[in-house]
Design a protein around this ligand. Structure first.
Ligand code: NAD
Length: 253
C-alpha cells in the first residue's frame, strides 16, 4: 500500500481571486491533486471552470466583491450548499496601488487594506468557525508577498497589508492550531501576472528586478502549484504560522 501525503481527493477548497493569475494557478493545482473548488471572483471565472472540469474536478463560481466583508457569510453558505463541507481556504484575492508615499491618498490606503487584510481576516474567521464545527481541522493558506519581509517603494498600503498578512498568519496559527487548523502563507516573489504588469512595462525597474533574482526569471503561476498543495495537504500538518517565500531566491540575496 502506498501513502501519498499530498493527496487531496474529494477535498473542498475555497480559492479567492482565481479567474486569473496566481489564484487560477493555485486553483488548478489543487484540482490536479483531487480538490473540488469554490472560486470567489467579481466576475465569472469561465476559463478556470473549464480547466478544473477538464481535470475532473467540480467548480462552483461564487461572484462576490471582496473589497468589503459583506459577502463572507454567503460565500460560506454557497460552498456548504454545493459541497457540504470546507477543507481548505486560499486567501488569494488582492490589489495593489502605486504612488509616492507623499502623495498617497486615503482612498488608495483603504481600498488595499480592506481587500488584502480586512477581508482576508474575516473570511479566515468564518471558515475557521466552520472547520471547528466540522471537528476535523482544516488548512488556511494566505497569500503574503516579499513586501511582508521588505519595505518596497511607492506601495505603502500594499506593504502594510502584506506585512499584516504575515503577522496575522502567525496569530491565527497560534490560536487555531489546537483545533487542527494549519494557518500558513505563501509569499510569492516577482511573478508574471496583472499585479506586476506596470513593473514589467518599466524597462529600468524590470531589468533591476530580473538582475536580482538568482533563478534568472520571473515566476509563473505554476511555480505556486507544489507549495499550495503542500500547505493544503497532510504533508504540512506540523507546520503552523509559517510564511514560505516562493521567490526564485530573491530573499536569499
Ligand atoms: P491578479 O491581479 O492577476 O489577480 C488578483 C486576483 O484578485 C484577481 O482574480 C482579482 O479579480 C481578485 N480580486 C481583486 N480584488 C478583488 C475584489 N474586490 N473582489 C474579488 N476578487 C478580487 O494578480 P496576482 O499576481 O495573481 O495576485 C494574486 C495575489 O498574489 C494577490 O494577493 C497579490 O497581492 C499576491 N502577490 C502577487 C505577486 C506577483 O508578483 N504577481 C507577488 C506577491 C504577492
Amino acid at each position: 500500500m502506498s501513502y501519498n501525503a499530498f493527496e487531496l481527493s474529494g477535498k473542498i477548497a475555497i480559492v479567492t481571486g482565481c479567474n486569473t493569475g496566481l489564484g487560477q494557478g493555485m486553483a488548478m493545482a489543487l484540482a490536479s491533486a483531487g480538490c473540488h473548488v469554490a472560486g470567489v471572483n467579481r466576475s465569472a471565472a469561465d476559463a478556470t471552470r473549464e480547466r478544473i472540469e477538464a481535470l475532473g474536478g467540480r467548480f462552483i463560481d461564487i461572484q462576490a466583491d471582496l473589497s468589503s466583508t459583506a459577502p463572507i457569510a454567503d460565500i460560506v453558505a454557497q460552498t456548504l450548499e454545493a459541497f457540504g463541507r470546507i477543507d481548505i481556504l486560499v486567501n488569494n484575492a488582492g490589489i495593489i496601488r502605486r504612488e509616492d508615499a507623499l502623495e498617497f491618498s486615503e482612498e488608495d490606503w483603504d481600498a488595499v487594506i480592506d481587500t488584502n487584510l480586512k477581508t482576508t481576516f474575516f473570511l479566515a474567521q468564518a471558515v475557521a468557525r466552520q472547520f471547528i464545527a466540522q471537528g476535523d481541522g482544516g488548512k488556511i493558506v494566505n497569500i503574503a508577498s516579499l513586501l511582508s519581509f521588505q519595505g518596497g517603494i511607492r506601495v505603502p498600503s500594499y506593504t502594510a497589508s502584506k506585512s499584516g498578512v504575515m503577522g496575522l498568519t502567525k496569530l491565527l496559527a497560534n490560536e487555531w492550531a489546537k483545533h487542527g487548523i494549519n494557518v500558513n502563507a505563501i509569499a510569492p516573489g516577482y511573478m508574471e501576472t496583472n499585479n506586476t504588469e506596470a513593473l514589467r512595462n518599466d524597462p529600468q525597474r524590470s531589468a533591476e528586478i530580473l538582475g536580482r533574482i538568482p533563478a534568472g526569471r520571473w515566476g509563473a503561476p505554476e511555480d505556486l502549484a507544489g507549495p499550495v498543495v503542500f500547505l493544503a495537504s497532510s504533508a504540512s500538518d506540523y507546520i503552523n504560522g509559517h510564511t514560505l517565500a516562493v521567490d526564485g531566491g530573491w530573499l536569499a540575496r
